[in-house]
Design a protein around this ligand. Structure first.
Ligand SMILES: [Fe+2]
Ligand SMILES: [Fe+2]
Length: 126
């Protein structure tokens, strides 16, 4: 995966941590081992990742906070549905959709958000 660095370091930390958890999940998915625990852990991490960014956007009244949150909500709803799908479908979802989505999300709206937060000297304290 090719994850772009953004201009606001706390967001890079969150993205790096998410990738580690994602790798663990993908490993389980590609083996025949049970992956449910890792899927739960990953979804929790995505929830935290998104709510971290949303709190920052709220706090500093980022101009595109609504479309950014809409992208988050759409993908989270897809992730919730994976809990009821068979392994092959879950694998397919990550390989054919999610990985590309994440790279693209970080390279576009996250990058713009981070540039804004960096420019105004935002602090990741709430
Ligand atoms: Fe992000
Ligand atoms: Fe985001």
């Amino acid at each position: 995966m090719n994850i772009k660095k953004v201009a606001f370091e706390p967001m890079n930390k969150v993205h790096e941590q998410e990738l580690k958890i994602l790798e663990k999940l993908l490993q389980k998915l590609n083996s025949s081992q049970d992956y449910k625990k890792e899927l739960e852990e990953f979804i929790k991490d995505v929830e935290n990742h998104f709510s971290f960014e949303e709190k920052l956007m709220e706090k500093y009244d980022f101009f595109a906070k609504i479309p950014h949150k809409m992208e988050h909500d759409k993908i989270l709803n897809e992730l919730y549905q994976l809990k009821n799908l068979p392994r092959e479908k879950v694998k397919e979802y990550f390989n054919n959709h999610f990985l590309e989505w994440l790279e693209n999300h970080i390279a576009t709206i996250d990058t713009v958000t981070a540039g804004f937060l960096n420019m105004i000297g935002a602090k990741d304290e709430f």
